[in-house]
Design a protein around this ligand. Structure first.
Ligand SMILES: [Zn+2]
Length: 370
């Protein structure tokens, strides 16, 4: 029996070598090490194979939001050899992220690195073959076309319904598939949206949840829940990208990793009369001004100021008399008790220490500008 296993193992290794030779992925890292075998175990899997691996190398995928789900799915797809990843995130790394956001480390939190930048750096360290573009931005009706037009698949790593409805409008309008994923506490939920075939987000949730909605801030979050939903999302992405469309799940899948409850709701066809995919009224895409958003996981408000380029050196000089200030190439931080203001080069700001948008607005106007 043991001998038989050894033969099987040998044959598998040999097949893997042949497969990676055929792929001609001979690359060398800085130490001159070859990475011929990188995808060999994945190529061996019949659902992927050599043809599937080539399709992954040619794929262009966007991950919107790079928190826990976003880091999980980005890491898995980068390791799997997806050729081009666009990572869009508006936030920066903090110590409270490290419990579940698997692409970040303590140095990223200490430097307040933008999550998109930290993720791109980490991916480059384990797979330099993947082209990663980091976009430190909030996805809005103004920039959604410019950012997502040339991507073939959109992945949800966001923490809010506002951005998800915007993604849904864009995806349905342009016939791009996207994968919804969310997690809070021990609960996670995901759904594949294939425009023209399956239900869209608005078919299932015609309106955003009303009233008090549980967030990571109020209910906490287990890292197993987010990494599980990220794994499912990444696998569905592999199916789509390799052309295994008959294997794509056509349900809204939810599970609770603590209670072991699990549910599936059919989502294989659109809901008659759906405003988005049936009437094709893209109200979220048409939205002009957006309200300030209270971010998940902390006591803070974001100011969506744009087209106000900030010179960090000049701003540091201006703010120094009023509190503590420091900056790197990506963010400027300003502490004035009890508030902490984080400013990005395009003028966007996150103000911590309040959930009052008027207080945040006035702090911004006072210290950054009207
Ligand atoms: Zn719909």
């Amino acid at each position: 029996m043991a001998a038989a296993w050894a033969i099987v193992a040998h044959q598998r290794t040999y097949a893997a070598r042949l497969a990676s030779k055929a792929l001609m992925l001979t690359t060398y890292n800085k130490q001159g090490m070859s990475f011929d075998d990188r995808y060999s175990r994945q190529v061996l899997f019949p659902g992927i194979g050599l043809e599937g691996q080539k399709k992954l190398a040619a794929a262009r995928v966007a991950v919107v939001g790079c928190g826990a789900t976003g880091t999980a799915v980005s890491a898995l797809l980068a390791r799997a050899g997806v050729g081009s990843l666009l990572i869009i995130d508006r936030d920066y790394v903090e110590p409270s992220n490290l419990q579940r956001q698997s692409l970040f480390d303590e140095a990223d939190a200490a430097a307040s690195l933008p999550k998109a930048v930290a993720a791109a750096r980490k991916i480059a360290a384990f797979n330099s073959e993947v082209e990663v573009r980091a976009e430190v931005a909030d996805l809005t009706p103004d920039n959604v076309h410019a950012l997502l037009a040339d991507t073939g698949l959109l992945l949800d790593g966001t923490d809010n319904f506002e951005t998800r409805y915007l993604m849904n409008d864009f995806a349905v309008k342009h016939g791009k598939p996207w994968i919804y994923a969310a997690a809070v506490a021990a609960y996670a939920v995901t759904m594949n949206i294939i425009p023209g075939e399956t239900a869209c987000l608005s078919c299932i949730f015609p309106a955003p949840p009303q009233g008090a909605v549980e967030t990571c801030d109020t209910a906490g979050i287990l890292n197993g829940a987010v990494n599980l939903v990220g794994s499912i999302q990444a696998t569905e992405a592999l199916k789509f990208l390799t052309g295994a469309r008959d294997k794509l799940r056509r349900t809204l899948l939810s599970f609770d990793v603590w209670s072991n409850d699990r549910a599936e709701v059919a989502a294989d066809r659109p809901r008659p009369g759906c405003q988005t995919c049936q009437k094709r009224e893209f109200v979220h895409l048409a939205g002009q001004s957006r309200p300030q958003i209270t971010l998940c996981g902390r006591n803070s408000v974001q100011i969506h100021e744009r087209h106000r380029p900030v010179d960090f050196a000049e701003m540091t000089g201006r703010l120094q008399p009023h509190g503590t200030v420091k900056h790197n190439d990506f963010v400027l931080k300003f502490w004035r008790d009890p508030y902490e203001l984080t400013l990005f080069p395009d003028g966007r700001a996150i103000i911590k220490g309040t959930t009052d948008t008027a207080v945040a607005r006035s702090l911004y106007a006072r210290f950054v500008g009207n």
